[in-house]
Write a protein that binds this ligand. Structure first.
Ligand SMILES: [Zn+2]
Length: 299
């Protein structure tokens, strides 16, 4: 994989003279739900990168991490998550030095993207589960946010490509669906679906989407039996509503390893896997993590 990245960088440098000059790869456009990869070859000058609105306000920022390609060569990378709610328009992608000074800034167009709308009726039990105020729910939410908000520069487990947790079956909800829950008491609540729901019978084996460190493997009230895997600094995959969990927190898994089975634990109206990716704490489209290497030089 490192060799592939090396070749792609070399090839990109050949065909794109600006990159030879700046030794930077970054996309010119993205959509809500995309992950934006900024890669700088052979330099450790980039300490961070950010996406800014034209008024200077930050919509995403992350520190860089290094992928060592050989003793002589390293790739400095930043991966930024573009939230599903980011408005289309012209933004700036800014690379920053260790002192926070701008090294380079480029235009980044955020293109519009359509998301589906869906309504989900909930039973009395699931209405109660979702509406109930419960300190345990709050504590679980804060803990998950803290884990997926971490940035550990040494956590280089999986530069890509990522894989599906099981062969694609029916997707019952897509990433970014604008969802309305219809409560049993007649009230409604709007939310955004931040993963992809893959319907499959209870007991279907679920594989790790990429190699990584198991950070969460436990039951949570809303998401049921839950696994969170750390793949790269700030990059995590999440698996909800599992029937069984077959790994422990602290385990290191390889892509394709069995981590659990499909179920309907927590807030689920039927057996399915809720599969999600977080980049810098931001939910991004898991299906866009699949094609090619994570450092995707075609974009
Ligand atoms: Zn879901």
């Amino acid at each position: 994989m490192n060799k592939t990245i090396f070749r792609l960088v070399a090839l990109t440098a050949l065909i794109w003279p600006q990159i030879v000059h700046a030794q930077v790869h970054a996309p010119a456009s993205a959509q809500p739900g995309d992950h934006v990869v900024v890669a700088m070859f052979g330099s450790d000058g980039m300490a961070a990168a950010a996406i800014l609105q034209t008024d200077g306000s930050v919509i995403a920022e992350a520190p860089s991490f290094a992928i060592v390609l050989s003793p002589q060569a390293r790739l400095s990378c930043v991966i930024l998550g573009v939230a599903t709610t980011v408005a289309p328009g012209e933004y700036l992608l800014e690379l920053r030095s260790a002192t926070g000074d701008p090294l380079l800034s480029r235009r980044l167009s955020i293109e519009s993207r359509e998301f589906r709308r869906e309504e989900i009726p909930l039973s009395v039990t699931l209405t109660e589960l979702r509406k109930r105020r419960d300190p345990q729910k709050t504590a679980e939410a804060l803990y998950l946010q803290a884990i997926v908000g971490e940035f550990n520069p040494e956590s280089i487990y999986h530069p890509g490509p990522f894989g599906l947790p099981f062969p694609l079956t029916r997707r019952t909800s897509l990433f970014g669906d604008r969802r309305t829950y219809l409560y049993a008491d007649g009230e409604r609540a709007s939310t955004i679906h931040l993963g992809v729901d893959l319907a499959s019978p209870t007991g279907t084996p679920v594989a790790a989407s990429g190699s990584g460190l198991i950070r969460i493997a436990r039951n949570r009230i809303v998401t049921g039996n839950t696994i969170v895997i750390e793949h790269l600094p700030g990059v995590f995959s999440l698996y909800y509503h599992l029937d069984e969990i077959t790994v422990l927190e602290g385990d290191v898994v390889r892509i394709g390893d069995l981590i659990g089975t499909v179920g309907a634990t927590g807030l689920a109206t039927g057996p399915h896997l809720h599969w999600e990716f977080r980049v810098g704490g931001v939910s991004v489209d898991p299906e866009r993590m699949l094609p090619g290497v994570l450092v995707d030089f075609d974009r």
